[in-house]
Design a protein around this ligand. Structure first.
Ligand code: ATP
Ligand code: MG
Length: 355
């Protein structure tokens, strides 16, 4: 199988740069071992340093440049010297919006060898989060500011079209991956307008997928089930806010931020999708060379899967798992004292044995 892909690499800030180096080396190794894969990278040094120099997180023509790539591999951004809303709205949000990345996909898979409360359980599901509308809207406002009567109204925008696309993605994902159940997060007993439309639309889409069972849980109960019976889930579909909360919960259930990848997808493929670890730039450990690169390397694997190389993604994941099982190389978040680059090399050594 001959594949040729152009990847835009955006390491970003802090540990983003440290973990990205390891992920890129994994991709370089794959290229060397499997001549059928042609990946070309261009690296862009956009982020907080760029902002401090130029007054913006990325140049004005950044989106035009990125549009030409098949995928974006992203590290993390965030810096004490730059306000949070600038880092987010100056880079990640424009990319997600412009490239219509309306699905945020987060695998919640407890890898073998990870020590946590759920060690030994078979936890392996994905969260499909609607990433473009919902509770995170700028519709609303405040009245009587400063007075005792002050009120704030925050509108949730749930559309039939947006919900349909998220639900369809979830069911198609289930179908493609041989999963039997889609679980929908709702709260239509209390949020009676938007969540009722969500429920109706998800149910309607579900009827097109007779082989897949749809179950619907209220978000409060679902959060509890994530901890009480995480092994039961297969595909969870949720609105923006519910999905955001469930994603962090899922990351905690599956061993923590150092092990959590994500994908911002444009399922139609008319724009590039973006792959990034769930964690941020981790200013507390940045520069020390001890960040766990697994979340970033796994994100690169999700990218390869999206680009049609599920075989290579599987090899990467198997190698990560093998290193975790061996427990000889462990970064501090996993309880050891190995460095970022030792972890990266250990994973690459296994890849080399497998390919
Ligand atoms: P941001 O605003 O950029 O999201 P944050 O401080 O809110 O930053 P993270 O950067 O994700 O969130 O860090 C949260 C905690 O998890 C920190 O203590 C950090 O050191 C730790 N952490 C995050 N990612 C990793 C990683 N890859 N390896 C080890 N520890 C990590
Ligand atoms: Mg954060």
């Amino acid at each position: 199988m001959m594949t040729s892909h152009r990847i835009a690499v955006l390491p970003g800030d802090g540990i983003g740069q440290e973990v990205m180096k390891e992920a890129v080396e994994v991709l370089e190794l794959l290229k060397k071992l499997d001549p059928s894969i042609r990946i070309e990278f261009d690296t862009f040094g956009w982020g907080s340093e760029y902002y401090l120099e130029h007054g913006k997180m990325m140049p004005d023509d950044a989106l035009d440049k990125l549009k030409k790539y098949d995928a974006i591999l992203f590290g993390a951004i965030g810096d004490k010297r730059v306000p949070d809303d600038v880092t987010v709205w100056g880079l990640i949000m424009p990319i997600r919006k412009k490239f219509k990345q309306y699905i945020n996909l987060r695998p919640v898979k407890l890898l073998k060898g990870v020590s946590c409360r759920f060690t030994g359980e078979d936890i392996d599901f994905v969260i499909v989060r609607e990433n473009a509308e919902g509770e995170y809207s700028n519709s609303g406002g405040r009245l009587y500011q400063g007075l005792d009567q002050e009120i704030a109204v925050q509108n949730t925008i749930i559309t039939r079209a947006g919900t349909k696309k998220a639900a369809r993605f979830a069911f198609e994902y289930a179908e493609k991956h041989g999963k039997g159940t889609v679980t929908s997060a709702t709260k239509s007993n209390a949020i009676i307008h938007s969540m009722k439309l969500w429920d109706e639309t998800v149910r309607e889409v579900g009827q097109e997928f007779q082989a897949i069972n749809l179950q619907s849980y209220y978000i409060d109960a679902l959060a509890a089930y994530f901890v009480l019976k995480p092994e039961e889930f297969e595909v969870v579909v949720a609105s923006n806010l519910f999905g955001d909360i469930l994603s962090d919960l899922g990351s905690a259930v599956a061993g923590g931020l150092g092990l959590s990848p994500s994908a911002n997808l444009n399922p139609e493929g008319d724009f590039p999708s973006m792959f990034e670890p769930v964690h941020g730039s981790a200013p507390d450990i940045a520069g020390k060379g001890i960040a766990n690169p697994i979340a970033q390397i796994w994100s690169a694997a999700l990218m390869l899967e999206h680009l049609g190389r599920a075989d290579l993604a599987a090899v990467i994941l198997e190698s990560i798992e093998e290193v975790l099982v061996q427990k000889e190389v462990q970064t501090p978040d996993l309880g050891g004292n190995s460095t970022t680059s030792e972890m990266g090399s250990a994973i690459r050594d296994i890849i080399q044995q497998l390919l």
